[in-house]
Each structure stands twice: as C-alpha cells, then as structure tokens.
Design a protein around this ligand. Structure first.
Ligand SMILES: O=C(O)c1cccc(C(=O)CC[C@H]2O[C@@H](n3cnc4c(=O)[nH]cnc43)[C@H](O)[C@@H]2O)c1
Length: 226
C-alpha cells in the first residue's frame, strides 16, 4: 500500500473515508472540506462498537486508501486545551483489560491481543505540519477510546498514569481503527477539544468552538492531501 499522501493525489482513485459520531461533527468536517471530492464523510453513532460496524460497512462498499476518525474530544490537562486539535500517534482502548488487586491489566499484558493501534508516523507528521502551518494549536499523542466519558479527577489521573502521554479521549477511535486494520487500510484519529478530561461539567463544554476548530482542521486536510 502506498502511504505517501503527496504521491497519492496523482492517483485518480485515491479516496478517504472520514468517520464521525454525530451529524454536527459531520457537518463541521464537510464545511471544512468544501468542494473536495476525494472524501466520504459518514455518521456512525456514539461508541466503539457502532463505529467499528459502520466503518466496516463503509469499507466493504468501495476501496479507500485512508480512514480518519474525526470529531470532538476531551483533552487531558496540561496536554491539550479546549479548541486545540489532537492528532493521534496511537489509538488506545484504555478500558480493554481486567481489574486486579494490583491495578488494571491491559489486553497486551494478558497476552489476549492488543488494545493499541499505532498510526503511521508519516501520516501524523504530514497532518501536524499542515495544522501548524495553518496556525492551529495542534498536539500529537495517544488518544484514548473509552465507553464512558471520564467524569472525576481520580479517573482522569488514573488514565493518565495508565497510558503514558495520554493527550485526549473519545469514544470511537479504537472501533474505527480495528475495522480499518481488518481491511488493511491506514487509519488516523483527529479530534478537536471541546472539554477537559476531569470532573463532569457539561456547561463548560465548548462544543460550538470545538466544531469550528474541527472545521478548520478539515480544511487543512484538503491542503495536505492536495
Ligand atoms: O450537544 C451537541 O450539540 C453536540 C454536538 C456535537 C457533538 C456532541 C457530542 O456529544 C459528541 C459525543 C462525542 O464526543 C466525544 N467526546 C467529547 N468529549 C469527550 C470526553 O471528554 N470523553 C469522551 N468522549 C468525548 C465522543 O467521542 C462522543 O462520541 C454533542
């Protein structure tokens, strides 16, 4: 598979699948993409299971060269502020494993598979360069996938200890990534921060602002892939 994005644009069949969880995210991405025609943007629903199933359905419908999970997310304190963009270096199912008296044991440590999917470095570098050139505040690091939005300082701290460098959390990335891996297609996760990971305070979520940042990030994707 050819992973050089700049080389790929000369390929007339080059197509990118962008998976979002809700229609507000899809609309923000579409506004950013404008007339760009190499992208298909799909609303999957909330959560890893529906994201995996919807991604698999989309990937069976036609050939794609890249899958991107895009949306809003919580940012870890000191790692990514509200309205910034996070590009995953790794997509991590942070609650896939078992509890024990000595703490959490991941799927990897249990030798039952892997809860981590690495994103190809050149993809991350290309997109990060584009975001920075466009003047966006952008970070890269692991993005965690969780079934439950973190709602306490204790859980936030525990997750930051569990996954070194944890930068953001969402609810779909790992599902999208597992489906992409099954089809042999490279995957990325790109999220705009709407809230901080920590004590639940829905009134403090800046969804409108995060969606505006997601729109800007999506317009950069067009440049990066041109
Ligand atoms: O209420 C709205 O208008 C609205 C507009 C767009 C999106 C939403 C969502 O609630 C999206 C849910 C989606 O967001 C991700 N997310 C955002 N913050 C976090 C977080 O702190 N922890 C985990 N996930 C988060 C998640 O991927 C959900 O699918 C509402």
């Amino acid at each position: 598979m050819d992973h050089d994005l700049h080389k790929n644009v000369s390929n007339i069949d080059f197509r990118v699948l962008i998976m979002t969880s809700v229609s507000a995210e899809r609309d923000a991405v579409l506004r950013g993409l404008g007339e760009a025609s190499v992208f298909d943007v799909v609303v999957a629903g909330v959560g890893s299971a529906v994201a995996a199933a919807s991604t698999a359905v989309a990937l069976s419908s036609r050939k794609y060269h890249l899958v991107i999970n895009a949306g809003i997310a919580g940012g870890f304190v000191g790692k990514a502020e509200v309205e910034s963009i996070v590009v995953a270096s790794e997509i991590v199912a942070a609650d896939l494993g078992t509890e024990s008296a000595d703490g959490f044991i991941s799927l990897d440590e249990l030798n039952l598979g892997s809860s981590r999917i690495k994103v190809e470095e050149d993809l991350v570098t290309n997109v990060m360069n584009g975001l920075e050139k466009a003047g966006l505040s952008a970070y890269t690091g692991p993005i965690l996938t969780l079934s439950t939005v973190t709602g306490t300082t204790e859980s936030a701290k525990m997750l930051a200890e569990r996954v070194e460098g944890a930068t953001a959390e969402g609810m779909e990335g790992y599902g999208v990534a597992v489906a992409a891996r099954q089809f042999g297609v490279p995957v990325m996760e790109i999220r705009a921060i709407s809230n901080m990971v920590g004590p639940r305070d829905r009134d403090a979520w800046r969804i409108k602002e995060a969606l505006a940042a997601l729109e800007k990030a999506s317009s950069v994707l067009v440049e990066v892939l041109r």
